[in-house]
Design a protein around this ligand. Structure first.
Ligand code: OAD
Length: 256
């Protein structure tokens, strides 16, 4: 089923609203699209990062081994951009959802930290966080910004520091994926928001939720790889759709 917004004003199906109203355990998977309205580029849209940069030259351990300075500087550039931006109404609506549902977990592929900034507390970061660094050798994590003349800076052990994000070919942070599978298989309602749903293993979570009986809803300006399996696709921007969804839910509650 597809709900299409032509005017920016969204209507939600009665079935979806009643599933929202009765939901006890809710999971939202987010991707780069959620931060698009804050001014951060997505990866696979026509103007996305991967249209202008090659992931194999910037986002793999091999790339870092080959050219650590270039990789460090590319991430330093992304860090600088992130400093200038703020959460948008979509991030705030998701933070609000934590207060509405008895159990709500946000699983994000984003590394920009905007969900935390918007006030979300239960966030699983699948792909790490751009603000942290870690040693390429001993994996010691550095949470504070690092001032150093060296590019990249070095760890006490002598190893080079790299951003604490997951690169292609790397495993996700220990325990985070297991927890994400568990939550997705035990929720009543699952949202997939602002993700193209092509990067595994994150892209498999909506399928796990669906197979386990959850009502699965995606929010995206365009259909995605998982549109065929979800219960509803809401075509629209998350910064517009999510606040309206909260409003519609409040109206629905007040009709009781
Ligand atoms: P993509 O760039 O693949 O997908 C972004 C999605 O956001 C697309 O489906 C867009 O249609 C949608 N979108 C754009 N604007 C939107 C808006 N305002 N509201 C809602 N949706 C919008 O980004 P991800 O799916 O997050 O991995 O990509 C997954 C991973 O691939 C990233 O975490 C990153 C990348 O390589 C790593 O760096 C490890």
């Amino acid at each position: 089923m597809q709900a299409v917004s032509t005017s920016g004003i969204q209507t939600f199906s009665p079935l979806f609203l009643s599933r929202m109203k009765s939901a006890k355990r809710v999971v939202a998977l987010t991707g780069a699209g959620v931060s698009a309205e804050s001014g951060i580029s997505t990866f696979r849209d026509p103007q996305g990062l991967w249209a202008n940069f090659k992931p194999e030259e910037l986002a793999t351990p091999e790339a870092f081994r080959k050219n650590p300075k270039m990789v460090w500087e590319w991430y330093a550039w992304r860090r600088e951009k992130i400093k200038e931006i703020k959460p948008n109404p979509g991030h705030y609506a998701l933070a609000e959802m934590e207060k509405i549902f008895p159990k709500f977990t946000l699983i994000t592929q984003n590394v920009d930290g905007l969900h935390h900034q918007a006030g979300s507390q239960h966030v699983l970061e699948l792909h790490g966080n751009l603000c942290r660094n870690k040693c390429f050798e001993c994996e010691k994590v550095f949470s504070e910004a690092i001032e150093s003349e060296q590019v990249p800076p070095r760890c006490d052990c002598g190893g080079l520091l790299r951003p604490d994000v997951v690169w292609f070919g790397e495993l996700l942070p220990e325990g985070v994926m297991d927890k994400s599978y568990e939550l997705s298989q035990n929720c009543d309602l699952f949202f997939s928001i602002g993700t193209s749903a092509v990067v595994q293993p994150a892209a498999s979570l909506p399928m796990y939720a669906k197979r386990s009986g959850a009502y699965v809803v995606e929010i995206n300006p365009q259909p995605t790889e998982i549109s065929y399996l979800v219960d509803e696709t809401i075509l629209g921007k998350s910064g517009e759709v999510l606040p309206q969804l909260l409003f519609a839910l409040a109206q629905h509650h007040s009709q009781d």
